[in-house]
Design a protein around this ligand. Structure first.
Ligand SMILES: [Zn+2]
Ligand SMILES: [Zn+2]
Length: 483
């Protein structure tokens, strides 16, 4: 009988040579081992009924009638056969994830150990915002319920010779691509890489869609680095949820120093105060004003072509303005050659710069001017009414969908995406194909397979408060879900 509580060890039972390092095996694409399952005893009756616990996203209604969403362990029951297949599904997901974490870590360590004089490498992250603090006890009188915050972007710049920790602080709380590039400008101003002969830049960040991992940031990367005088660059993403480390440590020092400054009898009311508190620290601190950030021209997202498989990409390379090569994993084996390497099959995206920089009638940073369903991410089912999600991609953000929760369909708007799941704000049900917006927004992450269909637009209004899904689509949903 096989027993283990260690995910790495369990994954090793299904791969060739019990190795975590062979990509084909870990991606479950290897001819020899992709059918391998976690070992189980032959003596067990697989039809036996059992109970187990699984992590699930749930809506929870509190006593005060407010809605919370939580990840909780829920009891499931079924046959051992079902449990066995659930376990193997989880192992498949874990194997890919573990490989990506280890590969990205090793690739970045390789780069750091082999830096040349031509290169500069910046590992960065937004810290959690800092809450302004006054030394006196009358804080609540000044701030009331809405306490002011300061946004902190931290990082370390590495060159062959030195390691240069930095933090930029701002009263503007934007963490969007405009925020990112606004925070990066003073770093380049100060480091003056072009004067020091550095022509290649590497970035490393975590991958939240709303910040670094989106087509707007990739477009800005593919143009800004050339404006700064570089000849090429890479942007590398750590596997989701594993992007902290060095940059995070600097954020902690910034906050601790700020807190000590307050204890010593000073106020921190704004970014300039926080910068002042850090003037004797070894971290290089700069203030970024709101107008610095507003000065970054951000194209309308709808005008920018999507980079395919954005959620799976771990490296984007630019050697010419407006063109990026994206691949699933980072590689630096031939990085000093302008043609790079072809490991992990890079895919080219050419941004249409004229179209992207065209003035749009809408100046809102988050404006999405079209609400068309993206071609490459969907497929129609046979009935012709239901549109399935094939690949979860950032183009789904802002679209409408019907998702399944506890066996019932709910229409809603897609707010965010990650590799396999979509975050949806749903309407609540009041009758057969009748929905309304609950007072407390009901926002939850759903697996891709829980998306019953994408919709062409929001549900139609039937009365002042009630909406319906188009009756033809609704009939197809009922048929599919056996309602
Ligand atoms: Zn294998
Ligand atoms: Zn390579």
């Amino acid at each position: 009988m096989y027993t283990s509580q260690n995910v790495d060890d369990i994954v090793k039972t299904v791969t060739c040579k019990n190795s975590l390092d062979i990509k084909e095996c870990m991606y479950r694409e290897c001819k020899n081992c992709k059918e391998s399952k976690v070992p189980k005893s032959n003596a067990i009756d697989m039809g036996k009924q059992v109970k187990w616990r699984m992590w699930k996203n749930r809506r929870i209604e509190t006593e005060k009638k407010t809605m919370l969403t939580q990840v909780i362990r829920e009891v499931e029951s079924g046959t051992l056969e079902t449990l066995d297949s659930e376990v193997n599904k989880e192992v498949e997901r874990a194997a890919r994830h573990i490989f990506n974490i280890r590969h990205q870590y090793k690739a970045m360590a390789f780069l750091k150990d082999n830096m040349t004089e031509q290169e500069i490498f910046i590992h960065m992250d937004f810290s959690e915002n800092y809450n302004c603090k006054l030394q006196s006890e009358i804080q609540s009188m000044h701030f009331g319920a809405s306490q002011r915050q300061i946004s902190i972007h931290t990082g370390i710049a590495y060159t062959k010779e030195k390691l240069w920790p930095f933090a930029t602080v701002s009263d503007c709380l934007l963490h969007s691509p405009a925020g990112i590039w606004g925070h990066l400008y003073p770093i380049f101003d100060c480091l003056k890489p072009s004067e020091h002969g550095q022509t290649i830049i590497h970035f490393l960040s975590d991958g939240p869609t709303t910040q670094y991992r989106n087509k707007t940031n990739m477009f800005l990367f593919s143009t800004k680095i050339f404006d700064f005088g570089f000849q090429s660059g890479t942007w590398n993403f750590l596997e989701a949820g594993h992007g902290k480390g060095a940059a995070d440590g600097i954020g902690a020092v910034v906050k601790r120093t700020g807190d000590r400054h307050v204890l010593a009898g000073h106020d921190i009311k704004c970014a300039a105060d926080l910068k002042n508190a850090l003037k004797d620290s070894s971290i290089h601190v700069f203030e970024v004003t709101e107008s610095d950030i507003m000065a970054i021209e951000i194209p309308t997202a709808a005008n920018i072509k999507a980079v395919p498989q954005t959620m799976r990409i771990h490296q984007v390379t630019a050697t010419n303005p407006g063109i990026v090569y994206a691949r699933e994993l980072s590689c630096f084996c031939n990085r000093l050659n302008v043609n790079g390497c072809s490991c992990f099959k890079p895919v080219m995206t050419v941004f249409d710069k004229d179209k992207i920089l065209e003035k749009s009638s809408c100046d809102d940073l988050n404006c999405i001017t079209t609400n068309q369903i993206p071609e490459n991410t969907i497929k129609e089912t046979l009935s012709g009414y239901l549109t399935k999600v094939i690949v979860v991609d950032e183009d789904l953000i802002g679209l409408w969908a019907v998702v399944e929760y506890d066996g019932l369909p709910y229409p809603g708007e897609i707010l965010d995406v990650d590799e396999n799941d979509v975050e949806v704000k749903v309407m609540h049900k009041i009758g057969q194909n009748r929905f309304f917006w609950p007072l407390i927004p009901d926002i939850l992450w759903y697996e891709k397979k829980k998306v019953v269909t994408l919709l062409d637009g929001p549900p139609e209004k039937v009365t002042g408060r009630h909406c319906q899904v188009h009756p033809d689509v609704w009939r197809a949903i009922e048929a599919e879900m056996d309602l």
